[in-house]
Design a protein around this ligand. Structure first.
Ligand SMILES: C[C@](O)(C(=O)O)[C@H](CC(=O)O)C(=O)O
Ligand SMILES: [Mg+2]
Length: 304
């Protein structure tokens, strides 16, 4: 059935073990629990939970309007359906350092495996837009130290994201990454790197795992997983990609109803009822309570 039986502590330990083994951890962004199930089924190593997706989902711009409660609730809904580790976007931590410590604990309680905390000033911006600002080093380090202090499960991954590259350049990004590592960050997310060489420079500067953000329509070229692994990247996220694909398809479908009066021509692009039921594991629920499941997976047109 569509819930995970793997305890949160085990997912976190698995995440740590995978990173320690040096494998590239690929984390597509789930835009809901169902897409997280698909990510696991397709054989990925982890699930990313994006702040941009959550705000877009609520019809909001990604400028720090979402609350910790909303983020933790959505994160928990996603984490509960997957056996994979989950990494969540904690933006600037939802307040001052003491709030950051509480954020870590709330996200731990939601069953999440790790979070990233950025050094932007509030209101934050998408890391790939102009006009963002970063806090000074002392403030950035205080956030990370507060997160580390608040953590109860030592395997909960505290990743420091720095947005300084787009504001002050690469030399500042290298310095900031080192300082964040020294403050206790378990991993570094260098935002808006312009080239593979820039990822390599961060790789050379720190010992902890580093993350590449392969968001579309941003500052970074869309490098392949092989290219990123070759320069020593350890985690890659495709944060908003599945939402963009789904929304692109939704737009085209709505236009088709307008122009053709029906969606008949779009049916071949749709996930079938049978496939949806397979993903939701209707059969598992039926085994739990016979009498629930009356649908024949071999027959796309029949049944419930
Ligand atoms: C990774 C990110 O923080 C997110 O919220 O998913 C965004 C993604 C995006 O807006 O494309 C980011 O700031 O890069
Ligand atoms: Mg974000």
């Amino acid at each position: 059935m569509l819930h995970s039986t793997v305890p949160a502590a085990t997912k976190r330990a698995d995440f740590r073990a995978r990173l320690a083994a040096g494998d590239l951890v690929r984390m597509p962004g789930a835009f809901n629990p169902l897409s997280a199930a698909l990510i696991q089924e397709k054989g990925f190593e982890g699930v990313y939970i994006s702040g941009a997706v959550l705000s877009a989902d609520l019809g909001l711009p990604d400028i720090g309007l979402t609350t910790l409660t909303e983020v933790a609730q959505r994160g928990g809904q996603i984490a509960r359906v997957t056996d994979l580790p989950t990494l969540i976007d904690a933006d600037t931590g939802f307040g001052e350092p003491m709030n950051v410590a509480r954020t870590v604990q709330v996200l731990e309680d939601a069953g999440i495996s790790g979070m990233h905390l950025e050094d932007q000033v509030n209101p934050k911006r998408c890391g790939h837009l102009d006009g963002k600002e970063v806090v000074d080093e002392a403030t950035a380090l205080k956030r990370i130290r507060a997160a580390v202090q608040g953590r109860r499960d030592p395997n909960f991954l505290i990743m420091a994201r720095t947005d300084i590259r787009g504001v002050e350049g690469m030399a500042a990004a290298v310095d900031r990454a080192k300082a964040l590592q020294d403050a206790g960050a378990d991993a570094i997310f260098p935002e808006a790197m312009a080239s593979l060489e820039e990822f390599a420079a961060i790789r050379a500067a720190v010992e902890v795992p580093i993350l590449a953000n392969m968001t579309e329509f941003g500052r970074s070229e869309l490098f392949t997983t092989r290219q990123l692994a070759d320069v020593g990247v350890n985690i890659v996220i495709f944060p908003v990609s599945l939402l963009r694909i789904a929304m692109g398809a939704a737009e085209r479908a709505l236009e088709t109803i307008q122009t053709e009066g029906s969606l008949a021509s779009r049916v071949p692009e749709m996930q079938t009822r049978a496939r949806l039921y397979e993903l939701l594991d209707y059969e598992g629920y039926s085994a739990f309570d016979s009498g629930i499941y009356t649908f024949d997976l071999t027959n796309n047109r029949g049944g419930a």
